[in-house]
Write a protein that binds this ligand. Sequence first.
Ligand SMILES: Cc1cc2nc3c(=O)[nH]c(=O)nc-3n(C[C@H](O)[C@H](O)[C@H](O)COP(=O)(O)OP(=O)(O)OC[C@H]3O[C@@H](n4cnc5c(N)ncnc54)[C@H](O)[C@@H]3O)c2cc1C
Length: 418
Amino acid sequence: MAAEIAAAAGLRVAVFDHMPTPARKLLLAGRGGLNLTHSEPLDRFLPRYGAAEPLFRRLLAGFPPDDLRGWAAGLGIETFVGSSGRIFPVQMKASTLVRAWLRRLDGLGVTLHSRHRWTGWDDAGALDFRHGEESVTVAPRATLLALGGASWPRTGSDGGWVPLLEGLGVEVAPLAPSNMGFEVPWSDHLRDRFAGQPVKSVGLSAVDRSGAVRRLKGEFVITGTGIEGGAVYALSAPLRDAIAAEGWATLTLDLLPDMPDAELVRRLRHRSAESLSTFLKKSLSLTGPRAALLREFAPAADLSDPVTLARRIKRLAVVLTGVRPIERAISSAGGVRLSELDERLMLARRPGLFLAGEMLDWEAPTGGYLLQGCFAMGTAAGRGMVEWLGREENNSSPAPGEGMEPTAAGRTNADRRS
Ligand SMILES: Cc1cc2nc3c(=O)[nH]c(=O)nc-3n(C[C@H](O)[C@H](O)[C@H](O)COP(=O)(O)OP(=O)(O)OC[C@H]3O[C@@H](n4cnc5c(N)ncnc54)[C@H](O)[C@@H]3O)c2cc1C
């Protein structure tokens, strides 16, 4: 996004990526349909960014969801609003969008240098890259780092930039998994019978650090090691923080979220001589994985009394004992502290160095909020770079882009840097 904006403004732009091809995580996201953004109004959208809401209020004012849809349409990618309000490309994949986008960037003169791993700065402040066996140095007038977090490192985002920025004195919150699964010590019976099965239409709640209860309705999947899936991801931040502090966390399930407590107790009181399984199935449609979860976590003594059984069905405590690794998380929490940046997303302590995307310290649930946030950041950083370079131009002479040709090791044209 930043490259497109800067190039459209007449600047010479080069993009460097250490992978053989670009946008691998975007392409991976495309396998799940590529949820680009969400159609809900901004007063519901913005709180999804939690503590970073003030930043995203400003960023989304500059690049709102409708602009993202318009931008995609400009690339020939029509989008639609799904039944959940999420917005996807009609084709439900990323490859067509990425191809069209690369063509547009090429047309704008943006050069793409793959297999270039950024490794820091040389003594003169130029960017150092490793390109195969070669060292390459580049001295641009402004730089945007958009190196991602540390989830799915095989897509390229491996968090290797953390010590490089810390070396500048930049404060970086530790990278942690976000939108990930959790470990649950299942019984052999539950794991053997139900691993891989979805648990549908349940209520989920967790208590966050401020003591507030966060609730939602949705579904998740039982896995061999615990639980995964959209509804769990949406509560992943408070659950992760509780595990970090206590070593465990409680996820509370409502197995019959549409039935009020009093109605449930009334029905349970009318149970005749039939077995509990038969009754749960016939009268409450509580079968399969939901019934198995009740058996797994409700003490046997609570199953015979209507009031205690109703309490377990409506508020079943599932203890989570661990967090699934960041390598398999949808996104990362942590990163460069937002307080390090000015309103253009430029590092206050290093003028001309801009940052965007998941490498910054924010997180959001799945639902299109991550990509919308990254696109809006790229847009803001691109505009910020154009504006900053425009001001710099008044104070210096080299042409925009001067010093950007990669030079082999030892031939850094530090004297050409502006
Ligand atoms: C399985 C999966 C599904 C997802 N689905 C969705 C979805 O549907 N909707 C949604 O909103 N979000 C989704 N996301 C999240 C979304 O893809 C990310 O939030 C987004 O891609 C982050 O963008 P970014 O530019 O910050 O980082 P990235 O997309 O990770 O890009 C970082 C780039 O930096 C490069 N790089 C890193 N280090 C270096 C270095 N030292 N030198 C040179 N290059 C380097 C990497 O190769 C990479 O190309 C999904 C994520 C995953 C893993």
